[in-house]
Design a protein around this ligand. Structure first.
Ligand SMILES: NC(=O)c1ccc[n+]([C@@H]2O[C@H](COP(=O)([O-])OP(=O)(O)OC[C@H]3O[C@@H](n4cnc5c(N)ncnc54)[C@H](O)[C@@H]3O)[C@@H](O)[C@H]2O)c1
Length: 338
């Protein structure tokens, strides 16, 4: 399968590596609007500078391709991806599906109308940690999940588009955790209440911190607190999670998964008490390929077999509705029902 990669700086590096390693996917060409980045990346990766084009239509005229990987900043996702879909080329779209809900709906509609696959890179689903959590929850060992708490604290200084966005934490980062909530619970969000704010020392123009409560259709209640301008004691990129379940608790801290089950109720000093088994660490599952490597393999399989992926635009639009529902709740100060 021959692909055109649009956007080869920044996160484009992850896709240059993923395609570079793949035995079944190869490059037909590239699109990059920044000449310096085009020059640097051509040197760094040994790309043919003559195959780096200034726009997707120019690339489509010059080379034959089977698919497009779109790694541009969110405000360009709609233009690039709809152009590819209308040309009949499946798209591997970096998250978020788009920079706003209107664009995201337009992309999902284009995928539906053309019948051409648009798959979204929700790579956090395809990490050993996420797969381990999913396996434990799906095994039924802990019973139903009633509530989950997620804490995310990081302080990256990226520069670029994130520092200009109105809601960088929610739209660009926490989207991974909101998407993972849907994945882990196998359910969609129904109601949201949320607050966002920007700490006085923040280097972002928009709100870099937020606190969000989400009720899911299956009854689970999720509370998320996070900051992208935390000054110390950061969590990992995967955040810390606590799942309150019918038969015990699943805890994810510092990328370690720990489980404790309830054995029953016994006599305590003066009152009945819960009796637990010992805490046990759950070993992380082994994955041959993860994150972008996994997504590329899944995309290749779906394109060659004419199927959808687990994170198609038609499914991912529900993650986008959730993310922009949270933005609406923050901006209005009112609860939002999806
Ligand atoms: N899945 C993840 O974990 C993850 C991590 C980082 C970024 N991302 C996503 O990847 C996308 C890109 O983010 P980034 O951090 O690489 O941004 P960036 O600004 O660092 O890089 C974007 C690249 O695309 C180029 N570009 C911009 N507009 C273009 C256009 N219209 N046509 C062709 N090239 C264009 C830029 O010149 C640059 O080389 C965003 O949607 C971001 O959210 C995902």
């Amino acid at each position: 399968m021959k692909v055109i990669q649009v956007g080869i700086g920044g996160m484009g590096n992850a896709w240059l590596h993923a395609v570079g390693k793949s035995e079944v996917v190869d490059f037909a060409g590239f699109v990059e609007i920044n000449d310096d980045i085009a020059r640097q990346q051509a040197e760094a990766y040994g790309l043919d500078p003559a195959r780096i084009y200034p726009s997707l239509p120019a690339a489509l005229e010059a080379v034959a391709a089977d698919a497009v990987i779109n790694v541009t900043p969110p405000q360009f996702h709609r233009e690039v991806t709809v152009c590819a879909l209308e040309a009949g080329l499946p798209v591997m779209q970096e998250k978020p599906l788009a920079g706003n809900l209107e664009d995201a709906r337009a992309i999902a509609a284009a995928a539906e109308d053309t019948g051409v696959l648009c798959s979204v890179a929700q790579n956090y689903r395809y990490l050993p940690l996420s797969q381990t959590i999913k396996n434990v929850l799906d095994s039924g060992e802990l019973g139903a999940v009633a509530a989950l708490n997620i804490a995310f604290y990081k302080g990256p200084h990226f520069g670029g588009f994130r520092e200009e966005m109105a809601h960088p934490l929610i739209v660009d980062m926490a989207i991974h955790q909101f998407d993972a909530m849907r994945y882990f619970l196998g359910s969609d969000a129904v109601t949201i209440s949320a607050r966002s704010w920007n700490p006085p020392w923040s280097w972002y123009a928009g709100d870099a911190s937020a606190s969000v409560h989400i009720s899911f259709a299956n009854g689970a209640q999720a509370s998320y607190t996070g900051s992208w301008c935390s000054q110390a004691l950061e969590t990992t990129w995967n955040a810390n999670w606590r799942f309150e379940c019918e038969h015990g608790v699943l805890l994810v801290e510092d990328d370690k998964v720990v489980l404790q089950k309830l054995l029953g109720v016994g006599e305590g000093p003066g009152a009945l008490v819960n009796v637990h088994e010992e805490r046990r660490e759950v070993p992380l599952v082994h994955m041959e390929r993860m994150a972008q490597d996994y997504l590329l393999g899944e995309f290749y399989g779906a394109v060659t077999q004419g199927t959808l992926t687990g994170t198609s635009a038609q499914d991912n639009i529900k993650t986008m509705e959730l993310v922009f529902g949270i933005v609406r709740a923050c901006d209005s100060g009112q609860p939002v029902t999806l």
